[in-house]
Design a protein around this ligand. Structure first.
Ligand code: FMN
Length: 191
């Protein structure tokens, strides 16, 4: 699949097969992240990879899924992520203005994962205090985001947005994700 086709096929995945993702592969995602663009090349990001079952279970309790349809969008028992990448910001390197770095780094991981057939969900709704304790994160690191990973066990679809941006599930439990139309977001030359 071309990179463009991969990009437009990507959806957030919240139901996963219980098939492990190897450390080699997870390490590649971090490599893709560390080489992402970084403002002033400051490189404030570090990563915690969680793949051990016991810690995964603890991390799971810190996450909130698909708020518009909660609890319907939660990973069902037996469909939880099989790995997490927790994105940290070293506050001694950058205290603010790191969000663009995080965005580029996470998108690199998401696409590197997609190329391997691995789905992901980027989460900001995280109980950071609890997660800090579970993972032993020092106080001088900000916990920014969590990327949940695993082989997809759902197949969300996009649709043209009409009245609402809220994603929804149909009777077959397929997730529909409304997207603004191309002609509604594009401006050539002048607004
Ligand atoms: C910065 C950011 C934070 C997000 N936080 C969460 C979250 O906490 N929980 C969740 O289930 N999804 C989260 N998402 C996923 C969005 O809900 C999802 O991207 C959106 O519904 C569009 O669906 P799509 O990714 O399939 O295009 C987040 C996405 C982004 C970019």
């Amino acid at each position: 699949m071309s990179l463009y086709d991969l990009i437009i096929s990507r959806r957030s995945i919240r139901q996963f097969k219980q098939e492990p993702v190897s450390r080699d592969i997870l390490q590649k995602f971090i490599n893709a992240s560390r080489l992402a663009p970084s403002a002033a090349n400051r490189q404030p990001l570090e990563f915690v990879v969680v793949d051990e079952e016991k810690i995964r279970k603890e991390v799971f309790t810190c996450l909130k899924w698909a708020a518009y349809i909660a609890p319907e969008g939660n990973p069902k028992p037996g469909h939880e992520p099989v790995a997490y990448i927790v994105v940290l910001v070293n506050s001694e390197i950058r205290e603010k203005g790191f969000e663009w770095d995080v965005g580029a780094a996470i998108e690199n991981m998401i696409l590197a994962a997609l190329e391997k057939g691995i789905g992901s969900c980027w989460l900001l709704s995280v109980d950071r205090e609890k997660l800090r304790e579970i993972l032993n994160i020092p106080e001088n690191y900000k916990i920014d985001s969590v990327l949940a990973l695993g082989y997809p066990d759902e197949n969300p679809v996009i649709e043209d947005m009409k009245d609402s941006i809220k994603y929804w599930k149909d009777q077959a439990r397929q997730l529909h994700v409304p997207k603004r139309k191309l002609e509604d977001v594009i401006h050539f030359n002048k607004f």
